[in-house]
Design a protein around this ligand. Structure first.
Ligand code: PGA
Length: 257
């Protein structure tokens, strides 16, 4: 996938509780997206609101994504949410392997299966990777490498055009903006991820897979992760529901040359 715009993905997690509030946040996001020139916005609401918000999905600048899915397709799988159904509802993006799901027991094997199903369904799959802690010897790099290689091991190359990687170091999620990652360290990690991808898909120059950063992104630090950190976009959790500062965040990213 070659993105000619920056990408902001709003991960609402399990907020808000009421459908009426979800519609309010959605309307605000749609208004915020109207003025974007060089950025696209993806909103990932809680699953029960996805179909509701899809009814008023504008034709451009803003898209819907799901936060999770099942690997199973067709057949009798009580409780499963197939990627193909997510696509049919009108969503075009899907988060896969978020650390909060990994923490609840989602395995690398499940993630690989979900990824394959998502790509087959025609969704843009946002594979979330990230180490729990950093060490000075660089062992965290092998964690990243392992997460990427196991997720991609069963994916035919022709599907990789719809792959996006979200690098979300677990230690930087849910903190104050000042505790987010340093953009210089992010830049090095982006290069490492590209090299890891190249080992899989080949490529010289390195593959163009879009890489997002996530973890305590807010209006004050967002642009740095793109201009210095060389991420193509951002995965924003709590900050995406803080209406005024999220609009500032979008404007600051859109203003990057
Ligand atoms: P945060 O979450 O922006 O609230 O740190 C990011 C995420 O978990 O996707």
């Amino acid at each position: 996938m070659i993105l000619n715009k920056k990408l902001i993905v709003a991960n609402w997690k399990n907020h808000p509780n009421l459908p009426s509030d979800a519609v309010k946040f959605w309307n605000t996001a749609k208004r915020g997206a109207l003025s974007l020139k060089k950025t696209e916005l993806v909103v990932c609401p809680p699953m029960p609101f996805l179909a509701l918000l899809a009814r008023t999905l504008p034709p451009k600048k803003i898209f819907l994504g799901a936060q999770s899915s099942s690997a199973e397709e067709g057949g009798s799988w009580t409780g499963s949410i197939p990627a193909s159904m997510i696509f049919e509802i009108g969503a075009r993006y899907l988060l896969i392997g978020h650390s909060e799901e990994r923490r609840l027991g989602l395995t690398d094997k499940d993630i690989g299966k979900r990824l394959a199903a998502a790509l087959r369904a025609g969704l843009y799959a946002i594979l979330c990777v990230g180490e729990s802690a950093r060490d000075t010897e660089g062992f965290f790099l092998s964690i990243l490498e392992g997460q990427i290689s196991s997720a991609l091991s069963a994916i035919p190359r022709k599907f990789l055009d719809n792959l996006i990687i979200a690098y979300e170091p677990v230690w930087a999620i849910g903190k104050a903006e000042r505790e987010a990652m340093n953009p210089r360290d992010l830049h090095e990690t982006v290069i490492f991820i590209r090299k890891t991808l190249a080992a899989f898909v080949g490529g010289n120059p390195l593959p163009n897979t879009p890489i997002l950063y996530g973890g305590s992104v807010g209006a004050h630090n967002a642009a740095h992760f793109i201009s210095e950190g060389t991420a193509i976009g951002l995965l924003v959790g709590r900050g995406s529901l803080e209406t005024t500062s999220f609009r500032e965040l979008l404007a600051s990213v859109d203003a990057i040359k």
